[in-house]
Design a protein around this ligand. Structure first.
Ligand SMILES: CC(C)(COP(=O)(O)OP(=O)(O)OC[C@H]1O[C@@H](n2cnc3c(N)ncnc32)[C@H](O)[C@@H]1OP(=O)(O)O)[C@@H](O)C(=O)NCCC(=O)NCCS
Length: 312
């Protein structure tokens, strides 16, 4: 099927478009379940591409992710809207009730503005926080000592550096609480990935030989570490475990010359957000997952489930 928009033709992508698609969408054609291009009707060159992901998010509405890119000289002529509407129509016919932007975008950015104009709205935000460590240990250490003195910390609780932890157990808890995939996690745990978790200041909490929590982090420059995961089994949240884990991770990082942690929080991580404020952290940016409900009675909200991470 083809249709025209003011001197451009929109058609389904062909094998000969592979190079243009990779350049425009930043991924090979196989990564998309449905792929369309806009071609300059005069010159026959591809000026825009739009693709739909194979995977679908289940929450808050069922639907795939899309990526749309129009070359700069051809913007503001209706191509972005035509391609998006076309994908929306096709996804709707396939049972989707929403489209998601496959990548999260920074609030207020040009991409965000364009997506808003294309009828997308934010359905989840992720904040990036920066936390200087200088005051951190000073504030956490007395809290920890008080909890220890009051006997709140079970005698069988131990913190072990990641290097000596049970990786299978860490993967199990990570998948249960945060998702991701086991192969990628295992590579990062074993030190085989460029962003592998530090084996020294990443800490794992073990009680009676059960892995019940961890902080996993990796160094991003000489003085900064990014905290990739801060997880506690539900029964150990909001208490001594969080304070002890953070204190030991901080001490380990300080010993290596790290002065700042960077980490992210989703809307439902209210404890992380209040914690950041309490300890003098700053929110460096906020990115949003954008979606466009397709409307109609088919909209099936799936309530009460955590978001999966289609958009990264
Ligand atoms: C976003 C993008 C696809 C829009 O394509 P486009 O062909 O310029 O879009 P259209 O001409 O169909 O415009 C659609 C609407 O978006 C608005 N719009 C487009 N770019 C905009 C921008 N940078 N800021 C604000 N609004 C914008 C247009 O004004 C129009 O709104 P209107 O119909 O109410 O006037 C294009 O700018 C692009 O490829 N950007 C880089 C990649 C990107 O950010 N993709 C979005 C995430 S997948």
């Amino acid at each position: 099927m083809e249709h025209s928009v003011l001197g451009f033709t929109i058609r389904s992508a062909q094998p000969r478009d592979a190079k243009a698609i990779r350049m425009l969408l930043g991924s090979p054609a196989e990564q998309f379940a449905d792929l369309w291009v806009a071609v300059d009707s005069g010159r026959g060159t591809v000026v825009a591409a739009a693709g739909v992901t194979h995977s679908r998010r289940q929450t808050p509405l069922v639907g795939p992710g899309i990526t749309v890119h129009v070359i700069a000289p051809c913007r503001r002529r209706g191509l972005g809207r035509a391609l998006t509407n076309h994908l929306a129509h096709r996804a709707g016919a396939n049972g989707a009730v929403a489209l998601y932007a496959a990548q999260k975008v920074e609030l207020g950015s040009e991409e965000w503005q364009a997506l808003c104009a294309l009828e997308f709205t934010s359905c989840e935000t992720v904040q990036h926080h920066e936390l200087p460590l200088d005051q951190f240990e000073l504030q956490l250490a007395p809290l920890y000592e008080r909890l220890r003195a009051k006997g709140r910390i079970p005698a069988s609780a131990r913190l072990v550096p990641l290097a000596t932890a049970n990786f299978d157990e860490v993967v199990r808890l990570h998948l249960a609480e945060l998702g991701s995939d086991s192969q990628t996690l295992m590579r990062r745990l074993r030190g085989e990935a460029p962003d592998s978790f530090s084996a020294r200041y990443s800490q794992v909490l073990v009680i009676d030989d059960q892995t019940v929590g961890f902080i996993l982090a990796h160094r991003t420059d000489r003085t900064t570490a990014t905290v990739d995961a801060n997880v506690l089994a539900p029964e150990f949240r909001n208490g001594w475990a969080n304070i002890w884990l953070k204190l030991e991770a901080t001490r380990g990082a300080l010993r290596l010359g790290i002065t700042k942690f960077i980490f992210t929080s989703f809307d439902h991580y209210t404890d992380t957000r209040s914690f950041t404020q309490r300890f003098g952290g700053a929110t460096s940016k906020t990115v949003a997952l954008m979606h466009r409900p397709l409307g109609g009675s088919a909209a099936q909200a799936v309530a009460g489930e955590p978001p999966s991470d289609l958009a990264t």
